[in-house]
Ligand binder design. Structure first.
Ligand code: IMP
Length: 429
């Protein structure tokens, strides 16, 4: 089985981008399969920063083939900007980027409805139109990439859909109707520009997987934002689990040999919703500022909320994904903290437990049970082997492994590719 899936085990922003970037070096094919341009990560290569939202970051390696699967939602304007941005920096995309015809399209009215919903719901969405687009997909009033690239089909479909969307905009929100004559020419032009990238992604993937070629699937967001099992309703609208990634790519679970769950050495979340181990104001004051800690969102520029490592949540999410190993990121951000806490269990009333699984409907009443450790107070930036780690940092990592009951296959301590310890030999074996 040549498939490897990378998923986030917290609320997104775990550093999956860097992990995927490293593993992409060994991969022939890289697939993004769910979500849209609500995701974002930054990759630092040879001093240059690249921000990605939809295109797999593995595109930076010239040998890879990259795919955007049928489970994604596409804002064509944003995707074209990403394509043009990469081209402008000399990255050759021609013949290397494959977009599934099954992916659904985000229209300006989806963004408008996202904005209008937010006035009432205050989920803290990215306002990229993701939820409304997936809503239309489920209601069977979506428009797909396969229609975008065919003028007549696009015209017919858009006309049908706009009747319903305009009733919704006018009657539900008291908003202005959207005009076919404004949207159609714009999307026709997007279709013409994207056409060269659209292909039979599902057929291609079936073939390369059958041949045993190394294929990397990158999950977007994080398991706690999963539509079904996350901290609902403060979640995104796609399935962020390994199984959701497989479903979005159009492959079977039997094609996956290894699943890596990425965790930050502490916890962050953007947007609203419960966060049991969130820092108190005093703890936040002792932590690095958001800019130094690189805790400002790539997609929306929002400051992330920060808290201690929450082992019960990771135990829960690792199980939901069937994770085989963990990748630990941003260890260096804890380098200057004199005291570090780990949440080892939850208590709610007289209920106690070590996995969040049984507490998901009681999260507002949960009291985290903490262990406190002295910080290592030394830079981890220059380490080359596990043996170079300060003793207290090693103790912290060992304790996380023990609590999560999974081995670390990779440890990262800086944004650069070389600031990584790779602890597993062949991820695709
Ligand atoms: P939406 O995905 O824009 O609908 O936003 C729903 C929730 O998911 C909000 O709390 C967002 O901040 C959060 N979210 C969506 N994508 C990401 C991501 O890639 N990283 C972190 N949070 C995300």
């Amino acid at each position: 089985m040549s498939g490897l899936i990378v998923v986030g085990l917290q609320w997104g922003d775990e550093g999956k981008g860097k992990v995927v970037d490293l593993l992409a070096k060994e991969a022939a094919h890289i697939v993004r399969a769910q979500g849209g341009n609500n995701a974002g990560h930054t990759i630092k290569v040879e001093g240059q920063e690249f921000a990605f939202h939809l295109i797999p970051s593995g595109i930076l390696y010239p040998h890879t083939q990259c795919y955007i699967g049928g489970g994604t939602v596409i804002d064509p304007e944003s995707l074209l900007q990403e394509i043009e941005g990469l081209k402008a920096r000399g990255i050759n995309i021609k013949g290397r980027l494959h977009l599934s015809a099954h992916a659904h399209l985000i229209f300006p009215f989806h963004k408008r409805i996202d904005f209008l919903n937010e006035q009432k719901l205050a989920i803290g969405t990215t306002k990229k139109g993701i939820g409304p687009c997936y809503t239309d997909r489920s209601a069977r009033i979506g428009v797909r990439v396969g229609e975008l690239i065919n003028g007549e089909k696009l015209k017919k479909r858009l006309k049908e859909v706009l009747v319903i969307k305009n009733l919704e905009l006018k009657n539900l929100f008291g908003d202005e109707e959207v005009l076919f004559d404004e949207i159609y020419p714009q999307y026709l032009a997007y279709g013409a520009s994207l056409k060269e990238y659209v292909s039979d992604v599902e057929g291609r993937l079936a073939s390369v997987i059958k041949k045993g070629e190394k294929t990397l699937f990158e999950g977007a967001h994080g398991t706690l934002l999963d539509l079904t099992f996350g901290t609902y309703p403060y979640v995104t609208s796609s399935s962020c689990l390994a199984s959701g990634v497989a479903a979005g790519a159009g492959i079977g679970p039997t094609s996956i040999g290894h699943t890596i769950g990425v965790v930050k050495a502490y916890t962050t979340r953007v947007g609203n919703g419960l966060f049991p181990t969130e820092f108190s104001l005093e703890e936040q004051g002792r932590f690095l500022d958001h800019k130094t800690a690189r805790e400002i969102g790539t997609t929306t520029g929002r400051k992330r909320r920060v808290g201690w490592f929450d082992a019960p949540l990771v135990k829960y999410t690792a199980a939901l994904n069937g994770a085989d190993s963990l990748a630990l990121t941003k260890l260096d951000i804890l380098d200057s903290l004199p005291q570090i806490k780990i949440c080892t269990g939850y208590q709610a009333g007289n209920k106690k437990g070590e996995s969040a699984s049984a507490f998901m409907f009681d999260l507002e009443n949960v009291h985290p049970i903490y262990e406190e450790y002295p910080g290592w107070m030394k830079s981890t930036k220059e380490i080359q082997t596990l043996g170079d780690l300060p003793t207290l940092a090693r103790r912290y990592i060992d304790r996380l492994e023990e609590l999560c009951q999974l081995p670390f296959s990779l440890i990262s301590f800086g944004p650069e590719r070389e600031k990584t310890l790779v602890l597993k030999e062949d991820f695709f074996a």
